[in-house]
Design a protein. Structure first.
Length: 199
């Protein structure tokens, strides 16, 4: 029994020695060569580009038009709400002026009408805000889609693996201007946008 365990120990020791020799002889060099080639191949095949979000927003004509549309809609909403609030206030002041001469029935009717006016104001405000928010979401969704579709065509010639959107104070701490595609992106998008407006 002792002989068997001794024989197994010797065989295991020889196997470890052989593996050790193979690992640190020519096979190691081969492994290193394969690893180096793989690493070199992987890093050279990856190309990363980026565009600057702030520059895009400042210079893309669609974004400027979308901003103007949002501002206009917001101004219209504010004007409507101010007008409704002014009419409600006028009505309340009229009731306040003649409240001493009102009968109980007139007072109750005025109270109910004022509650209805307040409710109507809140509903109108909510509806206008929802419309404004929907417009904003639709415009930003269209902007994203325009950029994505343009970059798909743009990248057929450029061959980037990734194109990121860069924004200051947002994860990326360094950017190499060699891979900045912002100017080409803005020029292409503006040309496309102007062409679509002529149709």
């Amino acid at each position: 029994m002792r002989n068997i365990s001794t024989i197994l120990s010797v065989i295991a020791l020889i196997a470890v020695g052989v593996l050790y020799y193979l690992d640190f002889s020519g096979t190691k060099k081969l492994k290193d060569q394969i690893n180096t080639q793989t690493t070199r191949k992987d890093t050279t095949s990856i190309r990363i580009g980026y565009f600057d979000i702030d520059s895009l927003q400042s210079n893309y004509l669609y974004f400027k038009d979308a901003e103007n549309q949002m501002t206009e809609q917001e101004s219209t909403m504010t004007a409507k709400l101010n007008d409704l609030a002014a009419r409600n206030q006028k009505k309340l002041m009229e009731w306040e002026a003649k409240k001493n001469s009102m009968t109980q029935a007139e007072y109750n009717a005025a109270l109910q009408e004022s509650q209805e006016m307040q409710k109507n104001f809140e509903q109108t405000k909510y509806s206008l805000q929802q419309n404004l928010q929907k417009t904003q979401v639709d415009l930003m969704t269209k902007l994203r889609k325009e950029v994505e579709e343009f970059l798909i065509e743009f990248n057929k010639k450029k061959g980037y693996t990734y194109i990121f959107a860069y924004q200051p104070n947002n994860l990326i701490y360094y950017k190499d201007s060699v891979n900045d595609v912002t100017a080409e992106l803005i020029a292409g998008l503006n040309a496309q946008y102007k062409a679509s407006k002529k149709k």
